[in-house]
Design a binder for this molecule. Structure first.
Ligand SMILES: *Cc1c(COP(=O)(O)O)cnc(C)c1O
Length: 404
């Protein structure tokens, strides 16, 4: 059953629910899930043309699939980019980005505060193949500028960061990249397009872990790159076809359906996070709260400007403590006293999660590296979900109020 195409200039919330290419076959209102590895060709000549790229058409789900195409179209519409390519995970998206854009001798500039696996992938894995990298301050644009070399091809940023929620200025970094003839990629996991659209601020490529807020309920691992159709056709699709970091259609379908509630979830979870952060900031056993929505955050004004006036749903805080030995004990006490929050490193879920970064996500760093990164033993990260705010406060109060 064919349907008229969507009107132009729809709002983000409308696109999040309506944008999809897998058109109804039988009048189904929910987009169909195409669980098939390959697609039957009408005849040998059509198959030949499709394989040669002379005619559009589905061939094999490592390349393209209608469910994936729906997810990609919906996410591109939300990010305001021409196109999108789904990948098997967020890290697979960054792998595809680097494989598609870089060769031996090229140089990448990246913030020191990005996701740990991103640093390991760029510096470690791509370093092995002769890609050079410089790691610079999250917030000081002058450091990015000073790191530019004639062979700089890519600037990679993530904002806000995990777990300290440091915010970088996307537009300023886009200017540095473009003046250097390089591209700017922004990992937009933490805000999602519901709050932040890096393409509007000049970013060329937007990276997603669909595992986080796009799915929104912690069910699947998925990823994507949003960018121009030209970059996908020329740089990423050839790598996808030969390297195969393809997104499972089932996972694409879960993310597609998850995005329908993205706007409403992001706003509600952000509001919950602001309320929890404000409460924590007043608590006598809390030394410091890291949350872009608070006036005390060093990049508060930039964050509000860049993130639709919201702080996002992730915060972290330091428990007040005398010495380092005690700090870890106290943080563990607060975490272990929770009965509503989940002790897990995932984020972006409707269920609030709580972690101790120094012993989990940042556990592979040396104590010196960790302290340089500002991640002390007393630091706790909370990715705030949709539970009632009073229950979340009570969950943290149980541990905080019983610290000795
Ligand atoms: C989780 C995460 C990733 C990696 O995504 P996966 O789907 O787990 O591979 C990348 N960047 C950020 C900011 C993340 O939070």
């Amino acid at each position: 059953m064919s349907r008229k195409s969507l009107p132009e200039n729809l709002h983000l919330d409308t696109r999040a629910v309506r944008e999809a290419v897998a058109k109804s076959q039988h009048g189904e209102n929910s987009e169909a899930l195409y669980l098939t590895s390959s697609f039957v060709q009408p005849d040998a000549a059509t198959a030949a043309r499709r394989f040669a790229g002379e005619e559009e058409g589905y061939i094999y789900s490592r390349f393209t699939n209608p469910t994936n195409a729906s997810m990609e179209q919906r996410l591109a519409a939300l990010e305001g980019t021409e196109a999108c390519i789904g990948t098997s995970s967020g890290m697979a998206a960054i792998l595809l980005l680097c494989m598609g854009l870089l060769k031996a001798g090229d140089h990448v500039i990246c913030s020191r505060s990005v996701f740990g696996s991103t640093i390991k992938l760029i510096a470690g894995e791509f370093g092995k193949f002769g890609v050079q990298s410089s790691f610079v301050s999250q917030t000081d644009v002058a450091e990015w500028q000073a790191a530019v070399k004639p062979n700089t091809k890519l600037l990679f940023a993530e904002t806000p960061t995990n777990p300290l929620t440091e915010v970088c200025d996307i537009r300023a970094l886009a200017d540095v990249a473009h003046a250097a003839g390089a591209l700017l990629a922004v990992d937009n996991c933490f805000c999602s397009p519901a709050l932040q659209q890096p393409a509007k601020l000049g970013a060329d490529l937007i990276i997603h872990s669909g595992t986080k807020y796009l799915d929104g309920q912690g069910r699947v691992v998925a990823g994507a790159i949003c960018c121009s159709k030209k970059l996908i056709d020329e740089k990423f699709m050839p790598v996808m076809r030969s390297a195969g970091m393809s997104l499972s259609p089932f996972n694409a379908w879960v993310v597609l359906k998850g995005m329908e509630t993205l706007g409403i979830r992001m706003h509600a979870q952000s509001d919950n996070a602001l309320a929890l952060a404000s409460w924590l900031e007043q608590h006598p056993k809390v030394a410091r709260v890291h949350y872009p929505g608070l006036k005390s955050h060093p990049q508060h004004a930039l964050a509000l400007r860049q993130q639709s006036g919201k702080g996002g749903a992730v915060l972290s805080f330091d428990v007040k403590t005398g010495d380092v030995e005690q700090a870890r004990k106290h943080a563990f006490h607060v975490i272990d006293q929770t009965r509503v929050m989940s002790i897990t490193a995932n984020l972006g879920d409707t269920k609030t999660t709580i972690t101790h970064p120094a012993s989990t996500s940042h556990g592979r760093l040396t104590e010196e590296q960790r302290l340089a990164a500002g991640i002390g033993q007393g630091l706790i990260r909370v990715a705030v979900g949709l539970e009632h705010i009073d229950d979340l406060k009570a969950d943290l109060a149980r541990g905080l109020d019983t610290l000795v």
